[in-house]
Design a protein around this ligand. Sequence first.
Ligand code: UDP
Length: 234
Amino acid sequence: MSRRVLLKLSGEVFGGGQIGIDPDVVSGIAVQVAEAVQEGIEVAIVVGGGNFFRGAELSQRGMERSRADYIGMLGTVMNALALQDFIEKTGVETRVQSAITMAQVAEPYIPRRAMRHLEKGRVVIFGAGAGMPYFSTDTVSAQRALEIKADAVLMSKNGVDGVYDADPRTTPDAQKYDQLTFDEALARGLKVVDAAAFALCMENRLPMIVFGMENDGNIARALRGEKIGTLVHA
Ligand code: UDP
């Protein structure tokens, strides 16, 4: 059986540090994904939406949380469509599946269909998160990875190249882990990935790789299973 992975891409990356979509960045990601697919790796992707809206931030400014989260989810669909476009330009086929029905632009989320697409060498991009407020796309990544029976969930991060024992942005002598257990990550309250995502992976013994985007090509390396970032395991 070929390697099947779920890649989480944060919205922040798509914007190249700004609001909106930076086509150069997204096309660079698309090329790396296409290379891996052409080598026979099955790739499903969950996209975030932080380059447009984050529900928690909007709600702090007075918006009702659920509505703010739905706005956040719609942002992830815009990223999914942008990524679809750039991946298809490489000649690799894709399907977008949205957790919120919008038949004109995406299939509904149907896990068995997603798996069939992957078997046929198509990239499946999951948009609209879980379709549920109060969730994050990190947590959805773990859930989707489990449901489509991925071998690992690959969490790409912006500005950090793995899991550290403290936040490296505020603690300059923080140490990076090569690997650690989910138990340890939860006990230490490490926030690089949501606790709910760690917990889901722990209960179901799904390995997680947390890696950074500091070098061009890191996504392709992670997709191929090269040693990169931090391995979090049960
Ligand atoms: N969101 C949600 N439910 C989900 C996934 C996402 O409500 O299942 C909303 C939430 O408001 C979140 C926003 O969509 O802030 C964008 O997702 P996220 O913050 O996870 O994106 P990232 O930080 O990865 O760019």
